[in-house]
Design a protein around this ligand. Structure first.
Ligand code: NDP
Ligand code: 2IT
Length: 444
């Protein structure tokens, strides 16, 4: 059996009931097969793949808090510090009822390669809780965040591990978490990113993931003789990534006709009104049924459905495995020719293969959504030098980073004889830097 297959079997055996983690590992290892086979003896002796698929540390903790009725609630807290070969652990916190150790491990594993692709000195980590902020009062969210940080603080720090937001963790949650860290540690440091602008946040971090997704998509299209302007785009999600992806796509001349949340989806033939969407999701924290009240020509449908809408470009920006083989077939038969992932692993392995076999330009999230964490690293730089950069400065750096990421994928895919396979390109380019750093640092 080849080394790659041996390690995949080991991961499955040692991490039972963690299908998302297996999926993420499988995708990476399959892409790396050609690189590993060329150096099989050396990598095997160093157990490099066993090490890179095993977190350096995984912290599990209890998070007790008191709800508005005086009832004590208990949630599970996680922080997986996956790999620190190229920098301090860096990655978001997810608060969602579906969070478990396997989900956090898949996200932490993806983060290693994504962070490497940014070209910035950040290692891979991820954390979160099965706490769901939806429907909770601000006081309940604060109580939860304070309790969560009362345990997490001992494991993180500006040079150790720097969490940020992800699903269910936005500016409000980061504020409560930062306040509690500062209070316990008595230290004003860049321990979290995605902070508010009055206390160390970076301009353009809120927009960065969605904007970065479009900067990369635009470069990918350009290099394949196509352009975004005038195209019809379908977006899923209606959170941080989706909102700013829609905004930038529209600024670049595309028409975005859908968005969704976990209960339903919207088709707006005139193009999504970002101001209305922001008011519904960021201010009112309401369902998308509120969106159509303000946009009488738009349609609201219960359940899942954005992938059934005819489009040129699809941008999945909600959650893992939201786009399956059936969806991929529908998109292709409707003429969709480009899919770039805003979310982490939103496309199943079967759907990804289907896109690739049918000539769809497909970019994996670890490359196309890397603008968020890249801008987090820029926030860390600004915190370290105790200065703030302008929106234009950060945005220009973000654009440069996304264009550079695309060319790194493209070059790596070409170099290893898989031109146009940006999944392989991303995994190979991300892996090589981390592998070299791990080898240089000895057996740790
Ligand atoms: P938000 O919490 O802001 O938004 C998530 C959106 O996805 C919401 O519209 C939510 O609907 C929807 N959603 C969540 N879970 C499901 C589900 N199970 N089924 C259907 N819809 C769902 O999160 P973000 O926008 O920050 O994150 C979206 C994705 O992007 C995630 O995969 C995240 O890991 C990834 N990402 C985020 C980055 C960031 O900087 N924030 C950076 C890189 C990647 P509802 O409102 O009903 O919950
Ligand atoms: O998945 C991701 O890259 C994020 N949620 C952002 C992480 C970060 O540290 O900004």
């Amino acid at each position: 059996m080849s080394y790659v297959d041996e390690v995949y079997e080991r991961v499955v055996a040692q991490n039972p009931a963690q299908p998302e983690f297996h999926q993420a590992v499988k995708e990476v290892l399959e892409s790396l097969r050609v690189v590993i086979e060329a150096n099989e003896e050396k990598y095997k002796k160093e157990a490099l793949l066993e090490r890179i698929t095993t977190p350096e540390r995984a912290i599990l903790f209890r998070v007790p808090w008191v709800d508005d009725k005086g009832q004590v609630q208990v949630n599970n807290g996680y922080r997986v510090q996956f790999n620190s070969a190229i920098g301090p652990y860096k990655g978001g916190l997810r608060f969602h009822s579906s969070v478990n150790l396997g989900i956090i491990k898949f996200l932490g594993f993806e983060q290693i390669f994504k962070n490497s692709l940014t070209g910035l000195p950040i290692g891979g980590g991820k954390g979160g809780s099965d706490f769901d902020p939806k429907g909770k009062s601000d006081r309940e969210v604060m109580a939860f965040c304070q309790s969560f940080m009362t345990e997490l603080y001992r494991h993180i720090g500006a040079d150790t591990d720097v969490p940020a937001g992800d699903i269910g963790v936005g500016g409000r949650e980061i504020g409560f978490l930062f306040g509690q860290y500062k209070r316990i540690r008595d230290s004003y440091e860049g321990v979290l990113t995605g902070k508010g602008l009055t206390y160390g946040g970076s301009l353009a971090r809120t927009e960065a993931t969605g904007y970065g997704l479009l900067y990369l998509t635009q470069e990918l299209l350009k290099c394949n003789g196509k352009e975004l302007a005038g195209k019809t785009v379908v977006v899923s999600g209606s959170g941080n990534v989706a909102i700013y992806a829609i905004q930038k796509a529209q600024q670049l001349g595309a028409k975005v006709v859908t968005c969704c949340d976990s209960t339903g989806w919207v088709y707006d033939p005139e193009g999504i009104d970002v101001a209305v969407l922001k008011d519904v999701k960021e201010v009112k924290r309401a369902r998308l049924t509120e969106y159509v009240k303000a946009r009488p020509n738009a349609e609201y449908h219960e359940g899942k459905g954005v992938w059934s809408v005819k489009c040129d470009v699809a941008l999945p920006c909600a959650t893992q495995n939201e786009l399956d083989l059936e969806d991929a077939k529908t998109l292709v038969s409707n003429g969709c020719f480009c899919v770039c992932e805003g979310a982490n692993m939103p496309t199943t392995l079967e759907a990804t293969e289907y896109f690739q076999k049918n000539g769809v330009l497909f970019c994996p999230g670890k490359a196309s959504n890397a603008g968020g964490v890249a801008t987090s690293a820029l926030e860390m730089s600004q915190n370290s030098e105790r200065l703030h950069w302008t929106f234009e400065e950060v945005d220009a750096k973000l654009q440069g980073i996304m264009v550079n990421i695309f060319h790194n994928l493209d070059d790596a895919a070409k170099k290893y004889g898989m031109e146009g396979n940006y999944v392989a390109g991303a995994n190979i380019a991300g892996f090589l830097k981390v592998a070299e750093a791990m080898e240089a640092q000895g057996i740790v």
